[in-house]
Design a protein around this ligand. Structure first.
Ligand SMILES: [Zn+2]
Length: 600
């Protein structure tokens, strides 16, 4: 048993999230966290909305609201969507809390003290009308290499060359069309080259990572450059150094502040539990965290931040690296145990794009379909290790043929037949179990090792495949044993035995599927006559900022209750609930309706 940190990528609060976002890391991290809790580990699952940076500032300006107002709006929408999906965060918070500002500033100050943050004068583009920095991708002009007239400041989409905005011919701001001004500006840089050797040594000791992630991360180390960690912008965390902290025009870069969210959210969680040091059991590289493991879940476009940048910040703060140094007040901190990245989900063969309307938002999806139907699709057909495509036809097929006709049918016919003929969990005939009975029970029991091991190694697709294989075996068993033919009084004990075995396997399979399908798992637990919480759910709570800032909603929950990862023998004579279908069969017409929505 150990302390397991499930650190989930932070959604950017500039709009509602679509199903591509939750497929890559949202649902998979929840499956992992739920399983680890059921297996007896002490899990801390944290995340929140990422709310600083230029895109939110630009969008807020366009809408005539403050960045804080925009972030407030989408923080709430996103938190509500994640709650509806049943994602079991211990704390889902945000980057605009005072606690987060304080932790970011502590890391910045510690890295600065140890010599890993250095000042540099650079050339930056600013907007003459606002005085704000114009990030490279907000500048457009003619490519100096191929002459394409809509090249971006960072890259030409026509010839593919990397560009510097200062080289563009006729550069223009994409925000308001004005010509940017190029000025000298002083910024702080993270001295990544000084941390490269320490990072290489750490990466060499990693085990169990997906090989592509490890290879990609090692390659990045060969060409590490110092990286800017401050910007000319008002919207962000102030720089905690004398002569800088009161400057309204200089802020810490959003990527630097957002990755620190994993740590600040853990500290916020601990402070809210009344044991403010409790976070150290998941984070301390010293004795307090000796059995701690940390797993980071993200899309593949974010690997660099988790396998290089975040470990560099943690290492530099802890005093590892070419400049050595002393750990700050938070002590020596653990680097990630594993970086679990997913590939991309596309939709009907195209990239998700909110601007081109190739999208379905989580809340629109959940208005029409059940959360577990989506969770099932993500588990069996999500972008775990390959880019995969969401199509409505495939969603319909998976839902109707597998979830409803496979799992739902097994639950429904076992419970209905037992309820009708016995009203309760029937006893096993004193004549005993047949070989077929024993074999099915053994298959279900063996699933706990197989499925658990696969989830622990982030092979969720295979894991749910194994759980569904138990379901298929049980359906085959029922068809072969045909208990509905044993209506004669003399046959009733055998009918009871078959249904007892079937219900036991339904109960076991339900536990195996609980991390994937928590909503239906609770219902099935109740159909079997179970009481109390089987699969705990997150709740959305309004809380006060711990340090006097504005109140905000958080996702949290009590996950100490619920099923364990083990078979539980059914109690003979326990009354069964009135049977009702757990999953909804969808009409084939939804495919055309959804495609029409997408086109319209
Ligand atoms: Zn070009």
């Amino acid at each position: 048993m150990s302390h397991v940190l499930a650190a989930v990528a932070w959604p950017y609060a500039n709009g509602p999230r679509h199903i591509g976002h939750v497929s890559g890391f949202g649902v998979p991290s929840d499956v992992f966290a739920r399983y680890m809790r059921m297996a007896g580990h002490d899990v801390l699952m944290v995340s929140g909305t990422d709310e600083h940076g230029t895109p939110i500032q630009v969008q807020a300006d366009a809408e005539g609201v403050t960045p804080r107002e925009l972030a407030d709006r989408y923080n709430r929408v996103i938190a509500e969507d994640l709650r509806a999906l049943g994602l079991s965060y211990d704390l889902f918070t945000r980057t605009t809390t005072r606690n987060h500002y304080a932790v970011v500033q502590e890391l910045f100050a510690g890295l600065h003290r140890n010599g890993y943050i250095v000042p540099r004068v650079t050339t930056g583009a600013i907007s003459p009308s606002t005085g704000r920095t114009l990030p490279d991708r907000y500048i457009e002009g003619t490519c100096p290499i191929c002459g394409y007239d809509s090249a971006r400041g960072d890259q030409c989409d026509n010839c593919g060359n990397q560009l510097d905005p200062v080289d563009l011919i006729n550069p223009k701001s994409k925000i308001n069309g004005e010509t940017p001004e190029f000025v000298e500006t002083e910024h702080f840089f993270l001295d990544l080259p000084a941390l490269a050797d320490a990072l290489r040594e750490w990466l060499d000791g990693r085990e169990g990572w997906r090989p592509n992630v490890l290879r990609f991360s090692r390659n990045l180390l060969d060409d590490l450059q110092p990286r800017a960690i401050t910007r000319d912008l008002e919207w962000g965390v102030p720089i905690p150094l004398d002569d800088w902290r009161d400057r309204p025009d200089k802020r810490i870069y959003v990527w630097f502040d957002a990755v620190i969210g994993y740590l600040s959210a853990s500290i916020e969680w601990a402070r809210r539990t009344g044991d403010p040091e409790a976070w150290r059991r998941w984070w301390s590289a010293d004795a307090e965290g000796k059995d701690a493991r940390s797993y980071y879940f993200m899309g593949k476009d974010n690997i660099v931040f988790h396998s290089v940048i975040w470990p560099a910040l943690l290492g530099g703060y802890s005093g590892a690296g070419d400049h050595d140094g002393e750990p700050g007040a938070l002590g020596r901190l653990n680097l990630p145990t594993e970086v679990v990245s997913s590939e991309y989900l596309t939709m009907e063969g195209r990239k998700f794009s909110s601007s081109r309307k190739v999208v379905i938002y989580v809340r629109d999806f959940l208005e029409r379909y059940d959360a577990d139907a989506l969770r099932y699709f993500i588990a069996v057909a999500g972008p775990e290790s390959n880019d995969t495509d969401f199509t409505w036809a495939e969603f319909l097929r998976r839902n109707n043929d597998e979830l409803v006709a496979g799992w739902g049918n097994l639950v429904n016919r076992s419970v209905s037949m037992a309820a009708k003929n016995f009203g309760a969990i029937p006893p096993v005939d004193p004549a005993g179990l047949t070989e077929a009975d024993e074999a099915l029970l053994a298959t279900a029991r063996a699933g706990f090792d197989t499925v658990g091991d696969l989830i622990g190694r982030h092979r969720q697709k295979q894991a749910i495949g194994e759980a569904m294989r138990v379901v298929a075996e049980a359906n085959k068993y029922l068809s072969e044993q045909a208990p509905w033919k044993l209506k004669a009084e003399a046959d009733k004990p055998r009918m009871g035995t078959i249904l007892h075995v079937a219900l036991q396997v339904v109960s076991d399979a339900n536990t195996l599927l609980t991390p994937f399908l928590p909503h239906s798992a609770q219902q099935i637990h109740e159909l079997l006559g179970g009481t109390g919480v089987h699969a705990p759910m997150p709740v959305l709570e309004e809380v006060d900022d711990l340090d006097g800032g504005p109140a905000y909603p958080v996702l949290t929950g009590d996950y100490t209750v619920g099923a364990r990862w083990e078979p539980v023998p059914l109690e003979v004579g326990r009354p069964l609930a009135a049977p009702k279908p757990v999953f909804r069969k969808l009409d084939p017409s939804i495919v055309e309706e959804e495609l029409a929505r997408l086109a319209g």
